[in-house]
Design a protein around this ligand. Structure first.
Ligand code: FE2
Length: 297
């Protein structure tokens, strides 16, 4: 496991709890027309989230913004995207992720699998398509990066493009001053290493569990689901409306699905433990409908 200096959060949910404070639930669940940004939100109000954040969360973002450079992302892509670490079925990956336990947080009575099943079950209750339910079940499987020994700041955290100017709306923006890329002029223009409207597929986001899982599942799910997997942590875009200038027309259209998914990701966690044995046959069949028996991880 990573050393304490690289793991300021007592568990990965601490980042998600912070997101919930920053983006409180507004009851507009599951509609592709979900309004992402609050146009009236004052910059000052936005900064209060930073002031009120726990020291552990603050330290987590400090490390994330300091170390997620363009070169770091290229190195991690090279290290992980050959997908040559393991061969696992979706259930094996769920079981593997479930071994990620928070010794430091005895109050967390629910496992990673419980959280994912809760998300999927809420999507199912709301009558969404089967691929949407499946996306709820698998969307955080990329967090197995933690089990490979990767530091928290390279697994979770709001993602952002590297190699171009950092949006002012990225939380703890001031920590980018310590990122070596902030002293590389070609990485600090509006489009940086990219070009106007080039499409997000050309853009490298900060490294984490979204991109890793996207690469694992990209041949098997509908495009809408892949957008959800790949960009669910890209809060600067799907909640703040930033980086439109790098998006293609298709990205802009598809982000309606990323926004439709976000409330399930953020707000469905409860203390009610799902009945895994009872639910298993439904999910076994759903997984078989889309995925081969094993995948490369
Ligand atoms: Fe996630």
């Amino acid at each position: 496991m990573p050393d304490k200096a690289n793991a300021p959060l007592s568990n990965l949910e601490e980042w998600e709890d912070f997101l919930k404070v920053r983006y409180p639930e507004n009851g507009q669940k599951g509609s592709p027309g979900f309004q992402a940004t609050d146009p009236d939100k004052k910059q000052e109000q936005f900064r209060n989230y930073e002031t009120d954040a726990r020291p552990s969360v603050r330290e987590f973002y400090r490390l994330n913004h300091r170390h997620q450079t363009y070169d770091f992302v290229q190195a991690k892509r090279k290290e992980f995207l050959s997908l040559s670490r393991r061969r696992m079925s979706i259930w094996e990956a769920l079981d593997y992720l479930n071994t990620l336990v928070d010794e430091s947080d005895p109050d967390t009575d629910l496992s990673q699998l419980d959280h994912l099943l809760q998300t999927a079950e809420q999507i199912r209750r709301d009558g969404h398509p089967r691929w949407f339910i499946l996306t709820g079940l698998i969307h955080d499987l990329g967090k197995i990066l933690c089990l490979y020994g990767e530091p928290q700041w390279a697994v979770v955290g709001d993602t952002f493009p590297v190699g171009c100017a950092y949006s002012e709306k990225i939380v703890f923006h001031q920590f980018f001053a310590d990122n070596p890329d902030s002293r590389v002029p070609q990485f600090q223009s509006r489009t940086g290493a990219y070009s106007e409207g080039c499409g997000l597929n050309q853009v490298c986001l900060s490294w984490g569990h979204d991109e890793y899982l996207y690469q694992v599942v990209k041949d098997y799910l509908p495009k809408e689901a892949l957008y959800m997997v790949r960009y669910h942590s890209f809060y600067p875009a799907h909640r703040e409306g930033e980086y439109q200038h790098l998006m293609s027309a298709e990205d802009k259209k598809m982000f309606a699905w990323v926004r439709a998914f976000n409330p399930y990701d953020l707000y469905t966690k409860s203390h009610e433990r799902p009945d895994v044995e009872k639910l298993r046959p439904f999910y076994d069949e759903l997984i078989r409908e889309y995925f081969p028996a094993t995948l490369r991880w």
